[in-house]
Design a protein. Structure first.
Length: 399
């Protein structure tokens, strides 16, 4: 049986409920209605993992979990921020030389403010209150959602919209400079550019986007959060990036996007075991992503599922960014299998914990979630968090 915690984790506040609560909390804290309200979603990547910083393809969708910010003008010299979920407050600078401050969550906002300031924009001072239904640190881009929500709030204040690609890149730069994470472009592009009912095929080399409709009501995206996080510093992520760059250099290509399987074989010795395996994952994953797009277009869902399992195996064995708990979730899903409504499953996001993404038959979503939760808990003693989602709309202004 699903216990109450698992059952309630399948649903979350709707966007409109969340916005109502955020507006009320803003009023209670600052005394006025907010002037501006914005929402930016997290994302789930269906396939195309650790390919973005190699100039490859990714296939994420926005999820219906959001960072919502309510804001109003203030007469102060600094901006006052309230993170209502954790009952914490911080002040950030909006003018002059802007540097990372002591409060980690506020730095994501500070970094985006700095990006606007660097473009020569004079920002008004403001009070802001934020909440998030994107699980924190679960590989669903909670930090990109916070950055993109901030950029959307500043656009609303300035009554000026940035070019969407410029906006996503500004947010990525904030993550690099103010959070110290050398991420690729997938997460911020997803939060800005994803559209309802579609996956977004992003070519990370040309930065061009194509929407791939998910218009099959009988297919549902099920996200399972392992509720473990093994890697806290981002060191492994930076190491993988460096290994890919070294491999590309040895192969004599600009990025691994330009490498072929044949090249990898003929340079096997020069690459050495580790770099060869890293590059093999990337080259294979880029091909799998394009194959998955074609399979979705043709409604060949079992093929999509097989590609997801192959992606997971490659991330586990060659790229080495999975962990026991993620492998277990994927194994359990695969064990539940086709006859019981599971189409495919894999880890999603950077890895070392966080979430898996599964495609399941809509009619079986509840029973699959129940049995995943039960078996995972039995083997680990950890309650996972599960929820279903449809591809959601990217960041937008609410008010
Ligand atoms: C993190 C990064 C992304 C991407 C994924 C792995 O989410 O922020 O840029 O590299 O890992 O696909």
């Amino acid at each position: 049986m699903l216990d109450d915690a698992t059952a309630s984790s399948l649903s979350s506040l709707s966007l409109s409920e969340l916005c109502e609560e955020v507006a009320d909390q803003f009023k209670a804290r600052f005394g006025d209605e907010p002037c501006w309200m914005v929402a930016a979603p997290g994302r789930v990547n269906l396939i195309g993992e650790h390919t973005d910083y190699n100039g490859g393809f990714v296939l994420p969708a926005a999820i219906d979990r959001y960072v919502v910010i309510a804001a109003g003008p203030s007469a102060d010299e600094t901006a006052r921020l309230v993170a209502a979920d954790i009952a914490d407050e911080a002040k950030i600078q909006v003018r002059g030389a802007i540097h990372p401050g002591p409060v980690m969550w506020a730095n994501y906002i500070q970094g985006v403010v700095a990006g606007f300031a660097a473009r020569g924009v004079r920002l008004p001072c403001f009070n802001a209150l934020l909440r998030s239904t994107v699980p924190l640190g679960g590989g669903l881009s909670s930090s990109a959602a916070l950055e993109v929500a901030t950029a959307t709030m500043l656009e609303a204040m300035l009554e000026e919209e940035l070019d969407p690609i410029e906006k996503a890149l500004l947010c990525q730069e904030a993550e690099h400079k103010f959070a110290g994470v050398p991420c690729g472009i997938m997460d911020q592009f997803s939060s800005v550019l994803c559209q309802q009912d579609s996956f977004m095929l992003l070519d990370c080399r040309s930065q061009s986007v194509e929407l791939i409709a998910l218009d099959a009501p009988d297919i549902t995206i099920l996200i399972a959060n392992s509720n473990v996080k093994h890697e806290l510093t981002g060191g492994e992520y930076a190491r993988r990036r460096a290994e890919c760059e070294t491999a590309a250099q040895i192969l004599g290509v600009a990025t691994l996007r330009d490498a072929t399987c044949e090249q990898l074989e003929s340079f096997r010795e020069q690459l050495g075991t580790t770099n060869h395996r890293r590059a093999k994952h990337v080259v294979g994953e880029i091909a799998r992503t394009l194959e998955a797009v074609q399979a979705i277009r043709d409604s060949r869902w079992q093929d999509v599922g097989e590609l997801m399992y192959a992606s997971h195996a490659s991330l586990r064995d060659d790229y080495e960014v999975s962990c026991a708990e993620l492998n277990l979730l994927v194994d359990i899903a695969q064990g539940i299998g086709k006859p019981n409504g599971v189409i495919g499953s894999r880890m999603t996001g950077g890895g070392f914990g966080g979430c898996t993404v599964s495609l399941v038959k809509t009619s079986a979503a509840e029973s699959v979630a129940e049995s995943l939760a039960e078996q995972y808990f039995q083997k680990t003693g950890i309650q996972p968090t599960l929820f279903t989602t449809r591809p959601a709309r990217g960041a937008h202004r609410i008010k």
